[in-house]
Design a protein around this ligand. Structure first.
Ligand SMILES: Cc1ncc(COP(=O)(O)O)c(C=O)c1O
Length: 478
């Protein structure tokens, strides 16, 4: 069977549906990669024999595809040497001249929370956006009413029903510029409704809790253990709202256990409370299907908050909330979405990405890329940092690495940055610092494929010198 997702020079290419001959699909995928800059000028393509084996096709298909793209000016082939990507200074068949974009990402990006920025499907997004602009009826250019996006909203709702098992009604879907935007206006709504405090996980991502704080709510830190949020602690604090990450706790990487989910929903019913479910990276689970959303279990008590920041790019500026019915009338009456939400073209473009199958295809490709990258990172950590313990289920875009007690994590973060390795200490995500904790949070979303071992090698050298002060062993000297 010929795979539709294939890895070329560390880049996952999507060969599309098998309706067309493989050679045409391979050429189209390579052209897209070069035009988008995801295959930058100078990149060496795999030998035809290797790629043919990976694709499960005859070598002829690959040599013909390479040959055609050499003729078109996308690739370079010198006699007897590797085929490489050519700098695109010429006009392509999409019209105006487009050069590949400079790649100014950190050399070894282990910063948590960043998806693979080079994999953003530029050409596909641009096509969908272009269609959204060209196809929107003139009469609907006059405003940004909810009605004018009703079709797109039902496409997004269907997607969430299918993949996150939400319940169910497009009228419950409110669009935002991202999760932070959504939590900001939800917190304002809670504040206006008499809430003074909101519970948050400790540790957690500062972006969302800061949005709640800016809206005037006092933050109440709640501990997290191997089953997720310590629901039993909510009762001690007279709170009636909580922000949590049930599918994949950020950053500890645990999934909320079934008992905890039920206890959390029970708490919300008891206190007439609201659960804000931050569903930030549930699409990326590598060992099984993603766990269903909490919203699907208690749609009257849970607001599901999601965005494309991890799946496409934060630059898109699009997110969604699925709201309990009782909040909807208030939002409509206060006109919250319409002033701050995304452009209708962005909403339409996203709906086109979903209904064309491109969004889920991109997710499938990225799941494969991230799973492999995570495995390579874990293998390098096991080999080069045997004293470390890696935590976090096979999911998402980061892992937690526990270092021996007493390791100077902040110094490691500083020293690693000097050597172009971006990492974060877990302290950055804590509300109440824990001096006994020596853990790093390593993201692998934006780490270039094939660089996992090099990144860990530098990190291990930094840890051996900076982690324990002057007495440390310097691995970089072998
Ligand atoms: C835990 C968590 N939730 C949500 C988000 C997404 O926020 P936004 O949609 O505002 O970009 C992030 C982004 O880094 C995150 O780390």
């Amino acid at each position: 069977m010929i795979e539709s997702i294939v890895n070329v020079a560390g880049l996952t290419l999507d060969l599309g549906s098998p309706g067309q001959p493989l050679i045409r699909r391979l050429m189209a995928a390579l052209r897209d990669g070069v035009r988008d800059g995801r295959l930058p000028a100078g990149t060496a393509l795999p030998p035809s024999r290797t790629l043919a084996t990976e694709l499960g096709c005859s070598r002829w298909v690959v040599t013909e595809a390479y040959g055609q793209l050499v003729a078109e000016g996308y690739l370079n082939a010198a006699q007897g040497s590797v085929t490489t990507v050519r700098a695109l200074g010429v006009a392509d068949d999409h019209g105006p001249t487009r050069r590949s974009q400079p790649d100014r990402r950190p050399r070894f990006d282990l910063a948590p929370g960043v998806p693979d920025l080079a994999a953003f499907p530029r050409a596909r997004w641009a096509d969908c956006y272009r269609r959204a602009v060209l196809e929107r009826e003139t009469g609907l250019l006059g405003g940004r009413s909810l009605l004018s996006t009703i079709d797109a909203r039902s496409v997004i709702t269907d997607y969430l029903v299918r993949t996150r098992q939400i319940r169910e009604d497009p009228s419950q879907l409110n669009l935002s510029s991202g999760a932070t935007d959504a939590v900001g206006w939800l917190a304002r709504l809670l504040s206006a409704g008499g809430h003074r405090r909101i519970a948050v996980e400790d540790p957690s991502w500062p972006g969302l809790r800061d949005a709640a704080r800016r809206a005037g709510l006092q933050l109440v830190p709640i501990e997290v253990d191997g089953d997720g949020l310590r629901v039993d602690q909510l009762d001690d604090h007279r709170v009636r709202a909580v922000i949590c990450t049930p599918a994949h706790q950020f950053p500890t990487g645990v999934a909320m256990s079934a008992d905890r989910r039920l206890a959390l929903i029970d708490w919300a019913h008891r206190v007439d409370g609201l659960i804000i479910e931050d569903d930030y990276d549930a699409e990326f689970r590598y060992d099984r299907r993603p766990v269903a959303s909490l919203q699907g279990m208690a749609p009257d008590r849970v607001v599901l908050v999601g965005s494309v920041s991890k799946t496409l790019s934060p630059a898109v500026g699009l997110g969604w909330t699925v709201l309990p019915q009782q909040l909807i009338m208030r939002i409509l009456s206060e006109d919250l979405e319409l002033r701050t939400g995304p452009s209708t073209f962005t909403i339409d473009a996203m709906a086109a990405m979903i209904s064309g199958g491109w969004y889920e295809r991109h997710l499938r490709a990225m799941r494969l890329t991230y799973r492999r990258r995570r495995e390579a990172l874990l293998a390098a950590l096991l080999e080069l940092l045997p004293e470390a313990t890696v935590r976090g289920m096979p999911a998402g875009l980061h892992v937690v690495v526990d270092l021996p007690a007493g390791t100077d994590v902040e110094n490691i973060v500083d020293q690693a940055a000097r050597r172009e390795v971006a990492v974060a200490g877990i302290g950055r995500y804590r509300l109440r610092s824990d001096p006994a904790e020596s853990s790093l949070v390593l993201g692998f979303g934006n780490l270039r494929s094939g660089r996992e071992r090099d990144a860990v090698e530098i990190l291990a050298a930094v840890i051996s010198t900076a982690g324990s002060g002057a007495g440390g062993r310097d691995r970089s000297r072998g």
